[in-house]
Design a protein around this ligand. Structure first.
Ligand code: BT5
Length: 263
């Protein structure tokens, strides 16, 4: 794939400047460096292959050449103080945009595994990594990184992923035009961004949550909690109802969620 293909595929979308790499370590790292040098809002870093793609909490993200989408957007916000709600929202912006594209253009029943995965048929098809960059107490930029498995070559070997994985091609059983999918995702993201922080956004996010009403387990560094997944709080926190009937709010961070299966 050449840079000219990417430029042509994104023509007319109101994005910032573009950086294309055939191979890179991580598009999030490149976007962060660029943001420090003053990259404007909606600057986009795209790579055909990542050698050291990152997930959350030091986990790895696999992106094999020509089989996946791996890109990062620089998003600018004018904010100081607490940004936890905003960060959860931005991560959801990525997952909502990917799932919008999959639902609207590929007829896939995509869902969001809180906080940041996109699932189809309960398998992970995409991941989102939102990272905040600060100047003093001012949030100077958020890097929103998105990785999508397009063909089956993108799906990592079973032993290196902690959760079952899939790709758009496997789920649709049809050839998928990678850059067309990218355009659909970015168009959805631009549209959704306008409603970030509104009731409408929260409702769309909640509607799309995987495992609603099911028993799940949340585990973090020093927490483990089982409960029935009830929905979202107004700040994007996950609401669980425990066995004792108590409602608990779980915030993002290094938490993992897994379904517990039938009771
Ligand atoms: C994520 O982390 O799911 C966030 C992934 C974000 C990737 C994008 S690609 C563009 C940008 N540049 C980067 O360097 N990163 C972003 P987390 O929830 O921590 O999940 C990571 C886990 O997913 C790993 O430990 C593996 O088990 C699994 N995994 C890794 N690669 C995968 C893949 N291609 N498909 C499905 N699962 C994968």
């Amino acid at each position: 794939m050449e840079e000219s293909h990417l430029v042509a595929a994104l023509a007319g979308l109101p994005l910032g400047p573009l950086r294309f790499f055939k191979t890179i370590s991580s598009t999030n790292d490149e976007a962060a460096r660029w943001a420090e040098q003053g990259a404007p809002d909606l600057a986009l870093v795209f790579a055909d292959e990542q050698k050291a793609g990152r997930g959350r909490a030091g986990r790895r993200w696999f992106t094999s050449a020509s089989a996946a989408l791996a890109f990062s957007l620089v998003l600018r916000f004018d904010r100081s103080g607490d940004s936890s709600g905003l960060m959860a929202g931005i991560s959801a912006l990525g997952s909502l945009a990917v799932s919008d594209a999959l639902i609207q253009h590929y007829a896939l029943a995509a869902q969001i595994k809180w906080p940041n995965d996109v699932l189809v048929n309960r398998k992970k098809l995409a991941g989102v990594l939102a990272e905040a960059h600060w100047q003093g107490d001012r949030l100077s930029a958020v890097i929103l990184g998105i990785g999508v498995n397009v063909t089956r070559q993108a799906v990592p070997p079973l032993e290196s992923s902690i959760y079952p994985a899939t790709s758009v091609q496997e789920e649709t059983d049809q050839p998928v035009e990678r850059l067309e999918l990218l355009r659909h995702i970015l168009s959805a993201l631009l549209l959704r961004r306008g409603s970030l922080g509104t009731e409408e956004f929260l409702y769309a996010w909640e509607e799309r949550l995987a495992f609603r009403g099911e028993w799940v387990q949340i585990s973090g560094q020093d927490t483990q909690l089982d409960g029935r997944l009830a929905g979202l709080g107004r700040d994007g926190a996950l609401r669980l109802i425990t066995q004792a009937g108590q409602e608990v709010a779980v915030y993002t961070g290094d938490v993992r969620l897994r379904p517990l299966g039938p009771e």
